[in-house]
Ligand binder design. Structure first.
Ligand code: BES
Ligand code: MN
Ligand code: ZN
Length: 502
């Protein structure tokens, strides 16, 4: 898909040449001088006239009128060079790739050297390019009867890069693309409706992933889940006709099964709320309640591609949360796998129940570090809005590593407190060890505190993506709908992970 060339060839025929432009190019100098020459200085004139902007993320399409081999040039404004960042570069690439998609271009050339700065070398730029290309051109096919128009997508990209070895640039492009593509896989899982993505479907998907990347896979069926005593997970499934699945993938990148990272993802394929039923407005969109599972599977896809020297166990409890004569009810008392009893006060607080048993099971598989990801609470949206994932932790050092990965992935997160006051609230039950919903104040904190009860001292980070897993608006790196949030953060976290001194 990518062809890397060291020498810029302005005579090569192409649909579009993508060129980066930093402020202030009063004149086309340096590496762009040759291009301007082909246009007899007309590009400089365009800048002077204000018709060609270097403002960050402005895209200017200029027809080449046969003066160069490419039919048109896409100038990508990059703002001031000293303000450049990986994030901005990725978004700028995203914007231009979106434009190429709209124009139905099947090929493009990118003059990568024009995107390179002192801080960001050609390999960084290549990664940003690959990632942005996959992310920005993503589209959920949906289920409409197809029109006859053939689907056109960008397939051939020539990358001119003089500053690094072709092979290295190729690797960065490919890795960047893999990050984007896996995020798209997560997006597609989240966008798929509940009738077409049951727990069994999710398990099949995970098995296929395992076969492709040579992971060990374990899919626990209902009988096995019962045998292991996962009463919290089972309670949520009780009202459903669809059997639950506990999905486990194991990737061993180290000699020994030590320093195991457990990635735990909420896999509720549809959340009605159960008998604590959601409102008719609130229930719409609850197909996305497996966003945590999707992020974990997306991260595993990247891990399968880049094969880091780490050990990872992914655990996904999957079921829908339905209502029937057999469903669990408020006031029920259930027993989780680790023996703790739970008084159910709200069947809509189901995520923490399935995660409780999944965390216990991840520990059974040897997880020494835990990161859970879940579309867990509306409360996190109240607290942090729609652009920031809410984090909680019992270990600052582990959180530091997750945070660093999130910054690099361009996925915002913010730490919420895990205070004794909230631990006490979830421990407050007359009949059981815990209750699953001690009132609506500080929803997000209480949910996190509940899950924390099952970590039993293992370093753990909790990520509430209820606000960030989907978006109502198109953006530079993707369309409205599922975002695939935390896929790339988790993968980067795993790739860079350093075991914590005990
Ligand atoms: N899946 C929901 C959380 C959610 C809300 C995800 C909005 C995406 C968008 C979760 O299971 C839930 O229902 N949470 C309740 C908890 C409450 C009943 C304690 C909530 O946040 O309202
Ligand atoms: Mn719920
Ligand atoms: Zn839910």
């Amino acid at each position: 898909m990518y062809q890397v060339k060291k020498e810029l060839d302005l005579s090569a025929s192409n649909e579009g040449l993508v060129v980066g432009l930093f402020e202030k190019p009063e004149k086309f100098t340096g590496i762009l001088a040759g291009l301007d020459e082909k246009f007899e200085g007309q590009l400089t004139e365009l800048v002077k006239a204000g018709d060609l902007s270097a403002k960050l993320k402005s895209i200017t399409k200029v027809h080449s009128f046969g003066k160069i081999g490419a039919k048109r040039i896409y100038f990508v404004g990059l703002g001031k060079e000293k303000d450049s960042s990986f994030d901005k570069l990725r978004e700028a690439f995203g914007k231009v790739f979106k434009q190429l998609k709209v124009n139905k271009q099947e090929e493009a050339a990118v003059y990568l050297d024009t995107f390179v700065t002192e801080e960001l070398n050609s390999l960084d730029a290549a990664h940003a390019l690959g990632e942005a290309m996959a992310l920005a051109t993503y589209q959920f096919e949906g289920y409409k009867q197809k029109s006859n128009e053939p689907e056109k997508r960008l397939e051939n990209v020539t990358v001119y890069s003089g500053a690094a070895e072709e092979a290295d640039v190729q690797v960065s492009l490919t890795v960047g693309y893999a990050f984007g593509k896996a995020t798209n896989s997560a997006r597609t899982l989240v966008n798929t409706p509940g009738n077409l993505l049951t727990a069994a479907d999710l398990a099949n998907y995970a098995s296929e992933l395992a076969a492709k990347y040579d992971f060990e896979v374990e899919i626990l069926d209902k009988a096995e889940i019962e045998k292991l005593g996962m009463g919290a997970f089972l309670a949520v499934n009780k009202g459903s006709l669809e059997p639950p699945k506990m999905i486990v993938l194991r990737y061993q990148g180290k000699e020994d099964w030590t320093d195991v990272i457990g990635l735990v993802g909420k896999g509720i394929t549809f959340d009605t709320g159960g008998y604590s039923i959601k409102t008719k407005a609130g229930i719409v969109g609850m197909k996305t309640d497996m966003g945590g599972a999707a992020a974990v599977l997306g991260a595993m896809e990247i891990i399968g591609e880049i094969r880091p020297e780490q050990n990872v166990v992914a655990v996904i409890p999957s079921t829908d949360n339905m209502i029937s004569g057999g469903a669990f009810k408020p006031d029920d008392v259930i027993t989780s796998m680790n023996g703790k009893t739970i008084e159910v006060l709200n069947t809509d607080a189901e995520g923490r129940l399935v995660l409780a048993d999944a965390i216990t099971y991840a520990k059974h598989h040897g997880a020494n570090y835990l990161v859970d990801v879940a579309t867990l609470t509306g409360g996190v949206i109240t607290a942090l809005g729609l652009h920031t994932t809410g984090a909680m932790t019992n270990h600052d050092g582990l959180y530091e590593q997750v945070l660093e990965a999130s910054v690099e992935a361009g996925e915002q997160m913010w730490l919420l407190p895990l205070f004794e006051t909230e631990k006490e609230r979830v421990r407050n039950s007359k009949v059981a060890d815990l209750n699953n919903s001690p009132g609506s104040e500080g929803h997000a904190l209480v949910a996190g505190a509940f899950i924390g009860e099952f970590t039993e001292g293992t370093p753990w980070v909790h990520l509430d993506i209820a606000g960030t897993a989907t978006t109502a608006k198109d953006y530079d790196l993707g369309p409205a709908g599922a975002t695939g949030v935390m896929t790339r953060t988790l993968a980067l976290f795993v790739e860079r992970f350093e075991p914590i001194e005990k």
